[in-house]
Each structure stands twice: as C-alpha cells, then as structure tokens.
Design a protein around this ligand. Structure first.
Ligand SMILES: [Zn+2]
Length: 242
C-alpha cells in the first residue's frame, strides 16, 4: 500500500491545524514533503515518530515548511545516530542553511557545524526529484516574489502545490486526477490563493479534482462552498492511495 498522507493542512497562522506538510507512506515508512514546526506533534498524531522518516523533500523556505528540520536534525543525529536524507532544490540550499537554520544549528557541543553534519544532503538539480521513495517532476510555483518555491506531481497523477498563488497555466499543463492546492480565506493576500480567485481562474472540471489545504481555523463557514466547487478540504490524517 502506497499513499500520500496529509500530516497537516493548516495556514501558518492556524492554532488548531498542523502545518501543511505531507508524506509518502509505504510499508509503515515515511518520506516527508516539508517539515514545519508542528512536524513532531503531527507525526505523533498519526502514530509515527522521527524513527519512521527515511527522507525529506522541501518545497520552500518558510517556517511552517522547514522549522521542523531543526528538531529532526538534532534528534536523528544524536538520538537515532543517523542523518536523514534531505532533498533540496539547489536554489534553496543557501536560503535554508545560511539564512535560516545556521543561527540555531551552526554550533553545538562539538563545535562548528554544517547542514551536512545533520542531514545527508541531496541537492536536486533540474526539474525532477529523484529519491528512492519518490521520483517526481517539480514545477515552479508563484508564492513569495523573488523566492524559489516548488510543487510536485506524485506518481504521475497527484499534484501537490504547497504554498502558491493561483497558477492556472502551470496546472493546465499537468496531467493529474487529484490535486492538493493552497487556499486562504483572506482577500488580497499577496502570497496565497484566495477562495474567490481559485473559483475565478480555474475551470470547474479542474476545481473538482482539487482538495484545498493551507487554510485558516475558520474553515467551517466555507465548507459548503468548497464542497460544491472543489473536491473538498484536505484533512489531517487523510490518505490518498497512489
Ligand atoms: Zn510559504
């Protein structure tokens, strides 16, 4: 059984939903797609711990997608005695270590440290992730201006956008039967896709294939509309057979 497991589906501001992170699950082992600050609790909620994680792919460098790397980096290295393979698009490596994790992880009891001291770093060049657990084409998304961010197509039929503004031209060029797409209930948000925008720019046939994720706590009031216009909301613990 091979599945895409939704570990969390919340907006970065959410109090009640875990960060929008997912995993490929096969034979009780996990390959993470993003690793935000709620990852330890989100894994625990599904009956897992860091010992079940065999690899991680990062879509972009925001806290709700990468801050959990500090936890798993320390705990895997010092508690489990191993470095987890970390698949990073080359454009993210400097942002992730020099500008994000180094301040916290750059020095420990053993002295000066690098990203490679905590993780088995596997740079991802080009537009395809090649990991033993997941071979997937990547596509550029439209999230924070000037900041690299990626979505991917899992097993040739499931699109996972991670955080993005609407990207109708990109999705139109992809062959998929299920998608997981960013949404926000705010209007005028410069880096996420509002519900109104998604309804306006994506054709109905495409919308009905999309589960919406990365949403705020007040989702219940939008549930009827989302169920009518889209496949529905992604839910924590939801698993899609691949
Ligand atoms: Zn983001």
């Amino acid at each position: 059984m091979r599945e895409l497991l939704i570990l969390g589906c919340g907006h970065s501001e959410s109090l009640t939903l875990f960060n929008t992170n997912a995993a490929i699950r096969e034979n009780g082992r996990l390959f993470l797609i993003d690793c935000g600050w709620t990852i330890k609790a989100a894994l625990h909620a599904q009956g897992y711990g860091f010992e079940h994680v065999d690899g991680i792919f990062i879509t972009h460098v925001h806290g709700d997608h990468v801050f959990g790397l500090e936890r798993i980096g320390y705990e895997a290295r010092f508690g489990l005695g191993r470095r987890v393979p970390l698949y990073l698009p080359e454009s993210l490596i400097g942002e992730l270590w020099d500008q994000t994790l180094k301040g916290s992880m750059g020095r420990n009891s053993e002295g000066e440290q690098s990203l490679e001291d905590y993780f088995d770093v596997r740079p991802v060049g080009g537009d395809r992730l090649e990991a033993p657990q997941l071979s997937a084409p990547l596509f550029k998304t439209s999230h924070t201006p000037g900041k690299p961010s990626f979505g991917l197509v899992v097993d040739d039929h499931v699109v996972f956008t991670s955080d993005t503004r609407p990207v109708p031209d990109v999705l139109a060029g992809l062959d998929f039967d299920i998608g997981f797409h960013d949404v926000t209930f705010q209007t005028g948000n410069p880096v996420h896709a509002s519900l109104d925008e998604l309804v306006a720019v994506y054709p109905a046939a495409m919308r009905r294939k999309l589960y919406l994720m990365s949403y705020e706590d007040g989702y219940a009031e939008h549930e009827e509309r989302v169920n009518q216009e889209f496949a529905g909301f992604a839910r924590q613990g939801m698993a899609i057979a691949l």
